[in-house]
Write a protein that binds this ligand. Structure first.
Ligand code: UFG
Length: 330
C-alpha cells in the first residue's frame, strides 16, 4: 500500500512527505518540478517527474505501485496570476484534477485528500468562518479549486472513493528541523516577503491597505504553520482508513493577525528594522478571514502544535537564510 503525493516536491507537499515517511508509509511523489525542487524529496520516497494530468503516466504509476491514497497538492496558487491567466488555472487546477480523479476511479484508489483553500469563501460575512458558510470565491483561483470540491462530491457519490477536502488558510513557517520550507523564488506571501526584506534580499516592502474595517486598518489573516497542516492531512488519511465519512474541513487556528502585527513580529524576531511603505489595497483581498476549526478538532482529532507566530516567523527566517546561503555558495 502506497500513498501518491502530487506536488510532493513543493512547499506543503514536501512537509507532507516527511510526515508520511516518519509514520512509516511508502510514498511516491509526482511533481513536474515547475515550482518544486528535486532536493526537497528525500531518497526514501520515489520521485516521478511529470504532470498529474498525464493519464497514461498516472495510470501506470497507480497500477505499478498499488496506490491506496492520493494526496493532491500540485496546483497553481497565485491569486493575482489567476486573474490574468484564468484558463491556465482552470486547465491545471480543474481540468487536470478531473483527469487525475478519472485515473483514481479507474484504478479503484480508495482515498483522496484534496488541497482546497480559504479562497472558496471569498469575503466571508462573518468570522471565524465555518465550513457551512456560503461559498462565493472572487478569483479564478478560488473557483478553480471549488470546482474540484464539487467534482469530488459527485465522484464519491457515484463511485467507491472517499475524500477529505482541506481548506487551507494562510500557510507559513517551515519544517522545525530545517529540512524543507517555502522555496519558490518569486513568492508573494506576506511572511516570506517580510523575512526576505529583513535579510536585505528586497530593498523594502509594501503594506497593501490600512483602511480596512479591522482594528488597525490592515488585513486580518489566520496563519497556520506548515507542519501542523501536514499533520491535519495525516489525521485525514487515518480518518478515511478508519472508515470515516467524506469530509470538508478548514485548516487554521481560529485566530487572526493583522498585516501590521505580522510585520512587527518579523522585525522583533529578526532584530532588523526594514522599510515598509503603506500603499493602496491589493485587488481581491478580503478584509478579514479566520478559520473556525472545531470540525478539524472534533472529527479529525487534530490539535495545533506550532501555533505561535514568533515560532512561525523564526522558521521562515531560518529557512530563507539557508536558501540564501545555498544561492551564495552555488
Ligand atoms: N500583503 C502585504 N504585502 C505583501 C504581501 C502581502 O501587505 O508584500 C498582505 C496582503 O494584502 C494580505 C496579507 O498580507 O492582506 C496576506 O497576503 P498573502 O499574499 O500572504 O496571502 P493571501 O491572504 O492573499 O492568500 C492566502 C493564500 C491563498 C488563498 C487566500 C484566501 O495564500 O492561497 O489566502 O484568502 F487563496
Amino acid at each position: 500500500m502506497t500513498v501518491l503525493v502530487t506536488g510532493g516536491a513543493g512547499y506543503i507537499g514536501s512537509h507532507m512527505v516527511l510526515e508520511l515517511l516518519e509514520a512509516g508509509e511508502k510514498v511516491v511523489v509526482l511533481d513536474n518540478l515547475s515550482t518544486g525542487r528535486r532536493s526537497a524529496v528525500p531518497n526514501e520516497a520515489e520521485l516521478v517527474v511529470g504532470d498529474f494530468g498525464d493519464q497514461p503516466l498516472v495510470s501506470g504509476l497507480i497500477a505499478r505501485n498499488k496506490i491506496e491514497a492520493i494526496i493532491h497538492f500540485a496546483a497553481k496558487i497565485v491569486v493575482p496570476e489567476s486573474v490574468v491567466d484564468p484558463l491556465g488555472y482552470y486547465l491545471n487546477n480543474t481540468a487536470s484534477a478531473r483527469a487525475l480523479l478519472d485515473c483514481a476511479v479507474k484504478h479503484k484508489v480508495k482515498h483522496f485528500i484534496f488541497s482546497s483553500t480559504a479562497a472558496v469563501y471569498g469575503e466571508p460575512e462573518k468570522n471565524p468562518v465555518s465550513e457551512d458558510e456560503s461559498l462565493k470565491p472572487v478569483s479564478p483561483y478560488g473557483r478553480s479549486k471549488l470546482m474540484v470540491e464539487w467534482m469530488l462530491q459527485d465522484t464519491a457519490f457515484a463511485h467507491d472513493l472517499r475524500y477529505v477536502v482541506l481548506r487551507y488558510f494562510n500557510v507559513a513557517g517551515a519544517d522545525p528541523k530545517g529540512r524543507t520550507g517555502q522555496s519558490f523564488p518569486n513568492a508573494t506571501h506576506l511572511i516570506k516577503v517580510a523575512v526576505q526584506t529583513a535579510l536585505g534580499m528586497r530593498p523594502g516592502m509594501e503594506v497593501f491597505g490600512t483602511d480596512y474595517p479591522t482594528p488597525d486598518g490592515s488585513c486580518l489573516r489566520d496563519y497556520i504553520q506548515v507542519t501542523d497542516l501536514a499533520r491535519a492531512h495525516m489525521a485525514a488519511l487515518n480518518h478515511l482508513r478508519d472508515g470515516g465519512e467524506n469530509l470538508t474541513c478548514n485548516c487554521g487556528y481560529e485566530r487572526g493577525y493583522s498585516v501590521l502585527e505580522v510585520l512587527e513580529t518579523v522585525k522583533r524576531v529578526t532584530g532588523v528594522d526594514f522599510d515598509v511603505k503603506i500603499s493602496g489595497r491589493r485587488p481581491g483581498d478580503p478584509a478579514a478571514i479566520v478559520a473556525a476549526n472545531q470540525r478539524a478538532r472534533e472529527i479529525l482529532g487534530w490539535e495545533p502544535v506550532h501555533d505561535d507566530l514568533d515560532e512561525i516567523v523564526r522558521q521562515a527566517y531560518e529557512w530563507e537564510k539557508k536558501l540564501l546561503a545555498e544561492k551564495t555558495a552555488g
